[in-house]
Design a binder for this molecule. Structure first.
Ligand code: AMP
Ligand code: ZN
Length: 115
């Protein structure tokens, strides 16, 4: 937990968000500026600033984060039509919030490569 981290505050319920999925380890909520009809952010409740900071101790947490995202995709009805998971890291990756978050994007055909 980091006192001044936006996503830690969202996970603790101190800043409002629209919940999509929640368990002991993860919280998922709608992106405030959606880039697709379905745009959900899955975050670990544990504060990790960036994916490149994750250690081997976080390996199973990162695996379970993908499984939580699969649950989100099922709940949002995009598991069959398809979706993309994205994690931004640092400046060139376009990371704006320094608490790991997995973008779950779907509900339309997504272009490649990303801009
Ligand atoms: P990134 O650029 O990968 O760091 O993504 C940060 C994402 O967080 C962006 O897609 C923002 O729209 C989203 N975001 C920022 N503040 C909030 C908020 N208060 N509630 C929901 N999503 C947010
Ligand atoms: Zn945090």
């Amino acid at each position: 937990m980091a006192e001044d981290c936006l996503f830690c505050k969202i996970a603790r319920g101190e800043i409002p968000s629209t919940e999509v999925y929640s368990d002991d380890e993860f919280y998922a909520f709608r992106d405030i500026n959606p880039a697709a009809p379905v745009h959900v952010l899955v975050i670990p409740r544990k504060h990790i600033a960036r994916i490149s900071d994750a250690s081997v101790d976080d390996a199973s947490l990162l695996g379970r984060m993908l499984l939580a995202a699969n649950e989100v995709a099922r709940k949002e009805g995009i598991a069959e039509s398809g979706f993309r998971y994205a994690i931004s890291c640092n400046k060139d990756g376009g990371q704006l919030v320094f608490h790991i978050h997995l973008h779950v994007l779907g509900g339309r055909e997504l272009g490649w490569p990303p801009g």
